[in-house]
Design a protein around this ligand. Structure first.
Ligand code: IPM
Ligand code: MN
Length: 352
């Protein structure tokens, strides 16, 4: 199969984890006879430097024309004081909006052989849930600014019924082929947007009588994810709460560097690890490439390449079992580099 993939390395550890991911994807294409055609495009700080724009039109055009986008990470402290719209992160938000990627799917995968989570082992048995995070609305995209000579700031949180419905439908459909449970996480005791979420989601649930729907306030959910994580199946939530809950959930797995995501909506799709650009680790060959590699595995599934996806995931499992791991998940003295992890997974796919 021929697939055109736009690749955005981005900032910080982005280029390193993407390099390993491309290597792994190439081993899949050799083994299974595919033709993945990559186009490297600029976003984030490199695009600010070259085009004075964290998300140039040219980049958006490429993304819209390709079969999928593979994204590394974005963010550079050098631009922390840039004006609104000119920070690297703004580029990512713009791209998500332009590609209409309103549904961000973040599976929380616990590797049984990995003993890195600070949470008690017995609480982690059978943990298997997915966060459905709304990605193009809410406080991330509301009107924001400063007044009173900069001494007062605001960020508006706005949601429309339509924005809630379209991700709600996706979450219920996903629950159908799983444990048939959707948990809506919100702050409906305080926020009006949350009350609208509840109304709309309750209405949708009438069309899915087999799916059990329950509601949790975000503060309570943050606690329960740690105290009783196996009770969750699909967590449906807004942009901001989803961002926070996904980092928290990564504690169950042992490292933020392990988790992948797919951002979708209409007919466009992007695959991005949930971690940030981790600027302190940039260029040190210590970043965990697995979140990005597993994002590529979600891409293979999207392409209908199920055998390939299984093979890749088996290779990742095996690297963890054989303790070929970066220092975030293993004792530093025993650890492997970013590149060595990529090499191991590549070889496993080619020869096993
Ligand atoms: C994520 C990241 C982004 C977000 C940042 C980099 C803008 O934290 O994908 O979770 O907040 O969405
Ligand atoms: Mn985040």
């Amino acid at each position: 199969m021929i697939k055109n993939i736009s690749v955005i390395e981005g900032d910080g550890i982005g280029p390193e984890v993407i390099r390993q991911t491309i290597k792994v994807l190439n081993s899949i294409s050799i083994k299974y006879g595919h033709d993945f055609r990559y186009k490297n495009i600029l976003a984030g700080s490199k695009a600010i430097e070259k085009f004075s724009d964290p998300m140039p039109e040219e980049t958006i055009d490429h993304c819209l024309k390709s079969d999928a986008v593979l994204f590394g990470s974005i963010g550079d402290p050098k631009y922390d004081h840039n004006p609104i719209g000119m920070r690297p992160e703004d580029g990512l938000l713009k791209l998500r909006k332009k590609m209409n990627l309103y549904c961000n799917i973040r599976p929380i995968i616990v590797f049984p052989k990995l003993d890195k989570s600070p949470i008690k082992k017995e609480l982690l048995k059978e943990v298997n849930f997915i966060i459905y995070r709304e990605l193009t609305g809410g406080i991330y995209f509301g009107k924001k600014g400063r007044c009173k000579n900069g001494n007062k700031a605001y960020d508006h949180c706005v949601y429309s019924k339509k924005e809630i419905e379209r991700i709600g439908e996706k979450a219920f459909k996903a629950a159908f082929s799983r444990k048939k449970k959707v948990t809506l996480v919100d702050k409906a005791n305080v926020l009006e947007t949350s009350r609208l979420w509840r109304e709309v989601i309750k209405e949708i649930s009438l069309d899915y009588p087999d799916i059990c729907l329950d509601f949790l306030y975000i503060d309570n959910a943050s606690m329960q994810i740690i105290m009783n994580p196996k009770k969750f199946d699909i967590i449906l939530t807004d942009n901001m709460f989803g961002d926070i809950l996904s980092d928290e959930s990564s504690v169950l797995t042992g490292s933020l560097g392990l988790l992948p995501s797919a951002s979708t909506g209409g007919d466009k799709i992007m695959f991005e690890p949930i971690h940030g650009s981790y600027p302190q680790a940039k260029g040190k060959n210590i970043a965990n490439p697995i979140g990005c590699i597993l994002s590529a595995s979600m891409m293979l599934e999207h392409f209908g390449m199920y055998k390939e996806k299984n093979h890749l995931e088996k290779a990742v499992q095996n690297s963890i079992e054989k303790k070929i791991c970066t220092p975030d998940i293993i004792d530093y003295k025993l650890s492997s580099t970013t590149e060595e992890v990529g090499d191991y997974i590549e070889k496993y796919i080619l020869y096993q």
